[in-house]
Write a protein that binds this ligand. Structure first.
Ligand code: GLC
Length: 799
């Protein structure tokens, strides 16, 4: 009898138990039960969740919603803490309003649902009425109202259009050789986007490192958008600044900004899988110098190592690494070598022995080290989430730094293992802080880059290291430049690279570029030439190609192509003062170097058009219109204002679609009217001194403008102690005046005079410089110039 009774009870209990274990329907946050103000947050308890709204600044809020008690608060991306910017909480029967100096959050009580408004009352973004936040198993999703004209920008290194509406994306760092131009996901996970609708903008950063999904109205019949995380908390930051530039500034304040890279890394970089032995490396270097093609960097890909063992050298191919880098340095080259995370399983190999002895590798739950195969064969993978491992990894770079390597190329760090399916149960972290692959996968590349950057910075005696990575997560800009992985030698890839680079820029990462010329496959002469001309206007300018491709050095396509490409690379070196100033701006306020037109012309529909979406600004005053290599002329769009073709000085009124010639030796690039562009003489590498004359190009326009010129030693961190030279240059057409401010900072500029080059100043033939008269000399069709000394004093030019 007793047994039958327990069986009956078990049967009664079972269905609901089964339901609990395997949820078939979503669970919602439910009704608000209580609200409590804290110093920098508002705690909200609901039927099924705990929510907390924190303020970080007047324009940055954070929303954290959990079903269970909130876990320990940690982030790999965010470097700021909440602060008290919540002003006021007004409570009503059905809602409450939480106010900062710039934002209002309407908190609906049944169910909990948040609506974000600016101070004027415009809705910036709101959670979806009816089903705002819910859980399906461990997956948590936030659904949001989709505005009829809403556009979506950002998400980092994604394929697809500039406006990502109508598409959905996944973040799960993936090694996809020869990826298709619509493939997703790729190498980076940056779960941050910017929404644009009506006359408002907002930003959202979902700080969850598990697999995240973003749906910008795909398959929802355009009724709502959503974002979700496979497990963990709904943890998103809301950015309410009123401009896209303001949102990027806030996002990069929250997740950190690029540190100034070494100046040489802005030069032209030559790579190939792989240059070896030493004689080939030296031959490539010599060819650049003999042919007078400027170049700063040569790379060693995986074949410089002994059996692909990280931190080793193949002694036959490179018997004297230090001697070789010494010779390269003497010729003005810097050496970058690749490092992959996989450590070859081989007793007697120091990295393997040390890693095993100290428990530094990722493990299965039973404590055995995970093994996956990569280039060296069977490998263990360092657990970069542990500080001790990062220190060890960082210190191991002495084997590269001592022989003179200055750049560190972090590859295969998605992490990649043949088969691309590292089991989710692989574990990281130490006792009490363990996490599975599901949480660590997307930050593995970030933490490897961090270990590399911190380690090499410590080893380089005050010199700036250059770090490059393939994989990353939000915040990667703090440690590394990013290249866009294994692309192909096609026009589509070349044009896509403009969107990937500007997409990364919209998402906080400024120092970026593709493999110029295409990694896989052989570009035609035309494609190679065109892509090199785009490389000039790409923050990271590196030519790279796979082992089974033809040579892609600038001379590989014959004398005709060589002459064109040489002129292009020379243009890059002329522009270095301008490019370096753009890098500085990025390090200071997060504004990317390659800027989508959506940043400045956010509400101009045409910048999102399929035909024009690849155009971008390179720095503040140059507009680049990428054109496929098969087009000799192209219809492009010039946004409002005025624009001068850089190569001919031809003037175009903006806000217009124009057809322009686009021969292979002349990519359509335009200087902004009222824009200021500093340039220098051509040098063969950045350790060579340019002439002491700074070419200051000013393009006439009717708008007042200001430009910040920046210079420092380009090598050390002394600029942090004030050793820089910064000048504000203002152009005031109504007062017919250009002013160069006195320098700020204690760095002595390499330029002791200025050649002021005026473009489009038709009737101007004489100027005064601090009261002294100069007659302008003709330079080009519509270019007139005068040269005068540049001292510690301000300069006032009247025309
Ligand atoms: C990966 C990298 C590529 C590199 C190759 C060999 O495919 O993305 O850039 O050349 O590995 O190391």
């Amino acid at each position: 009898m007793k047994n039958i009774l327990s069986l009956l009870i078990a049967l009664m209990v079972m269905p609901s138990f089964t339901l609990l274990a395997q949820p078939r329907l979503p669970v919602f946050t439910g009704k608000v039960k209580s609200m409590a103000r804290k110093e920098a947050s508002l705690l909200v308890k609901t039927e099924n969740s705990t929510a907390e709204i924190y303020s970080y600044s007047p324009t940055i809020l954070r929303i954290r919603i959990t079903r269970n008690e909130p876990a320990e608060d940690a982030s790999y991306a965010v470097i700021q803490k909440p602060a008290s910017f919540l002003r006021d909480l007004q409570e009503f029967r059905d809602s409450a309003i939480l106010v900062t100096d710039s934002l209002k959050v309407i908190i609906h009580r049944n169910p909990l649902r948040l609506v974000f408004r600016n101070m004027k009352g415009d809705v910036l973004s709101e959670e979806q009425p009816g089903f705002p936040v819910s859980w399906l198993g461990t997956e948590v999703t936030c659904y949001r109202k989709l505005f009829a004209d809403e556009k979506f920008l950002g998400l980092g290194e994604k394929t697809g259009n500039l406006d990502k509406r109508g598409n959905s994306y996944v973040n799960w760092n993936s090694d996809i050789p020869a990826y298709k131009t619509n493939h997703d996901p790729l190498y980076q996970s940056i779960p941050f986007f910017i929404g644009v609708h009506g006359k408002v903008v907002y930003g959202i950063f979902l700080d969850n490192t598990t697999l995240t999904k973003f749906n910008f109205g795909a398959s929802t019949d355009e009724q709502f958008s959503s974002f979700s995380a496979a497990e963990g908390e709904m943890n998103y930051y809301f950015f309410g600044s009123s401009t896209v530039a303001g949102i990027i500034r806030d996002y990069t304040w929250l997740t950190g900004r690029m540190q100034m890279p070494p100046y040489w890394s802005l030069g032209y970089q030559q790579c190939r899988w792989s240059y070896f032995p030493e004689s080939q490396v030296m031959n490539i270097a010599q060819q650049f110098r003999d042919r007078k093609i400027p170049c700063d960097v040569i790379y060693l890909d995986i074949d410089y190592m002994d059996a692909y063992k990280i931190f080793t050298w193949n002694k036959e191919r490179f018997p004297d690494p230090k001697g070789m880098t010494g010779k390269l340095n003497d010729m003005g080259f810097h050496l970058v070598t690749i490092v992959d995370p996989g450590i070859k399983v081989e007793k007697g190999y120091f990295a393997y022995d040390e890693g095993v002895a100290n428990g530094y590798f990722a493990k299965y739950p039973n404590g055995t080290n995970y093994i996956g195969s990569v280039w060296p064969g069977r490998c263990h993978f360092p657990d970069f989430t542990q500080e001790a491992v990062r220190k060890w990894w960082g210190a191991s770079f002495n084997r590269l730094v001592d022989p003179g390597v200055e750049g560190f190329w972090n590859d295969m760090n998605e992490p990649s293992a043949w088969g691309q399916s590292i089991p989710d149960i692989v574990q990281f972290g130490t006792e009490g802080q363990k996490a599975s692959m599901t949480r660590v996968h997307n930050i593995y590349g970030l933490e490897m880059s961090r270990a590399t950057f911190e380690g090499t910075k410590a080893l380089m005696n005050g010199k700036r290291p250059f770090v490059l990575t393939r994989a990353g997560y939000a915040g990667i800009q703090r440690y590394s430049a990013v290249w866009t992985g294994d692309n192909e030698a096609t026009d589509e890839h070349m044009l896509l690279s403009a969107r990937m680079v500007t997409g990364l820029g919209l998402s906080g990462v400024s120092f970026t570029g593709p493999d110029v010329g295409g990694f896989m496959g052989n570009p035609s002469e035309e494609l190679y030439t065109r892509w090199m001309s785009m490389g000039v206007y790409t923050p990271f300018f590196r030519n790279h190609s796979a082992w089974d491709t033809k040579s892609k050095e600038p001379w590989s396509f014959g004398a005709g192509v060589e002459a064109k490409v040489k002129a292009m690379i020379e243009q890059r070196y002329r522009l270095l003062p301008y490019i370096y100033s753009a890098f500085r701006e990025s390090a200071v306020n997060g504004m990317p170097v390659a800027r989508s037109l959506a940043i400045q012309y956010t509400f101009d529909e045409k910048v999102y058009w399929w035909k024009y979406q690849n155009e971008y600004l390179f720095g503040e005053n140059l507009l680049v219109a990428p054109v496929s290599c098969t087009q000799g002329a192209e219809k492009i769009y010039l946004p409002e204002g005025g624009w001068y073709r850089l190569s001919t000085d031809e003037f175009y009124k903006g806000g217009a679609e124009v057809i322009v010639e686009a021969p292979l030796n002349d990519l359509p690039v335009f200087a902004r009217a009222s824009g200021i562009i500093p340039m220098q003489s051509v040098i063969q590498h950045t350790s060579q001194k340019p002439s002491s004359v700074l070419d200051l190009h000013v393009y006439n326009g009717d708008r007042k403008s200001a430009y910040t010129y920046y210079e420092d030693d380009g090598v050390t961190y002394q600029f942090e102690n004030g050793q820089f030279c910064q000048r504000m240059i203002t152009f005031d057409p109504s007062a017919r005046r250009i002013i160069i401010s006195a320098p700020e900072g204690s760095f002595g500029s390499k330029f002791t005079s200025v050649a002021l080059i005026l473009h489009g100043f038709r009737d101007t033939r004489d100027i005064t410089v601090n009261g002294i008269s100069y007659t302008l000399k003709m330079k080009g069709r519509d270019q007139w110039f005068a040269e005068f000394p540049l001292t510690g004093e301000p300069v006032e030019i009247r025309y």
